[in-house]
Design a binder for this molecule. Structure first.
Ligand code: SAH
Ligand code: SF4
Length: 361
């Protein structure tokens, strides 16, 4: 069975020719899959019946089945749990804030990095997603936003049809540990003949796999980079983000500098504030010290409390004092608003909830 969304345009051309069709049919099919987000060959009206039938018998399109859905009370965040062909589950969230329609998607079923404050990390890695499984999450929501008739249990508080404006790779998984599939999906989704969302509207978030950050600097797409820092010293980061033992701060920050020097693009550091753990004045001062002079922005994030983890979010006063210290030190920084908390919009949390409800987790 050929999985169409796992193919590059080149591979699709080869496949279409192997089916005895002229090569331009592949470009038409690509347009149906990504520009029109079609997942039924019968709807691809300018393809010959023979090719529609071939696709129906030899290929599959849709790799995802939505199996659970929740919306925040204000209906501005919608989270869907998808089941993949082999039964694995991943989640994605659509957020309707700041006149944007931002999608947060997953790149792995689970994650091997084991960050101690993360619901996904607590459960370990099941497997990498394929390029098609990554792209399909975006296509699913694009269809939903684009269809004024689309029902579902939650109506969206926006005018439809609408389009996805931003995509962040901040769902389950470590994107740079699944490098090839992630970048194939990015090249596919940014292709102007297909989905065509500009690279600058994508943000890849990484735990800090230093060699892969340097590799990413050589890609031709201008995707934004976010690095999950969470601690300003090796001693603390080793405890929160265990991969820090392999790529300690000096190595990570050197890779970040190499990245900004090569790309001339500002990166962001993510820092989830945890009460009494990494939110003291000494941490803020040290964070300012290690990021000083870098082409970067610091995003402070309120921690989403995770079941099975002892970490708590910082108080409002500590959060404000932390931000103030960074800004006084001249570090470009902002506090990200607390959003979607009531639907457990944090990474891996819907899956955790569904699995324990089903008695599986
Ligand atoms: N693996 C990548 C991307 C997925 S996690 C990474 O770690 O960057 C996306 C973001 O959510 C990361 O910044 C991660 O540190 C953060 N995160 C994980 N668990 C969280 C929690 N309980 N509260 C707030 N942020 C969390
Ligand atoms: Fe993996 Fe990111 Fe969670 Fe760490 S924070 S366990 S890298 S998904």
């Amino acid at each position: 069975m050929i999985r169409l969304l796992d193919l590059t345009l080149e591979q699709l051309r080869t496949q279409v020719q192997a089916w005895g069709e002229p090569v331009f049919r592949a470009d038409q099919l690509w347009h149906w899959l990504y520009a029109r987000q079609a997942n039924d060959p019968a709807a691809m009206s300018n393809l010959p019946r023979t090719l529609q039938a071939r696709i129906a018998t030899d290929a599959t399109i849709e790799p995802l089945k939505p199996v659970a859905q929740t919306a925040s009370a204000d209906l501005l965040a919608h989270k869907v749990l998808f089941q993949l062909r082999d039964g694995q589950t991943v989640e994605a969230v659509l957020m309707l804030y700041d006149r944007r329609r931002t999608l947060c998607i997953s790149t792995q079923a689970g994650c091997a990095m084991g960050c101690t404050f993360c619901a996904t990390g607590l459960a370990g890695l099941a497997r990498n997603l394929t390029a098609g499984e990554i792209a399909a999450q975006v296509l699913y929501f694009a269809r939903w936003l684009g269809d004024p008739e689309a029902g579902g249990t939650n109506s969206l508080p926006i005018m439809r049809p609408a389009q996805v404006t931003n995509v962040v790779l901040m769902g389950m998984g470590e994107p740079l540990a699944n490098y090839r599939a992630v970048w194939q999906a990015l090249y596919t989704l940014t292709d102007a003949q297909g989905f065509g969302l500009g690279a600058r509207h994508f943000t890849l978030s990484t735990v800090g796999l230093a060699p892969m950050i340097e590799r990413m600097a050589g890609e031709s797409l201008q995707v934004n980079l976010a690095v999950s820092l969470h601690a300003p010293s090796d001693e603390l980061r080793n405890r929160l983000v265990p991969i820090n033992r392999r790529y300690p701060l000096a190595v990570l920050l050197a890779a970040c500098r190499a990245y900004t020097e090569r790309t001339h693009r500002r990166l962001s550091f993510e820092y989830a504030l945890m009460r009494g753990i990494n939110d003291r004045q000494e941490h803020a001062q040290r964070l300012a010290l290690i990021t000083k002079g870098m082409l970067c922005h610091v995003n402070l994030i309120p921690l989403n409390p995770v079941r099975g983890s002892a970490y708590q979010p910082s108080t409002k006063a500590d959060t404000e004092a932390f931000l103030d210290t960074l800004q006084q030190a001249g570090i470009s920084s902002t506090l990200r608003l607390r959003r979607g908390v009531d639907i457990n919009a944090g990474c891996g949390q819907l899956r955790q909830q569904v699995q324990s409800r089903d008695g599986a987790g």
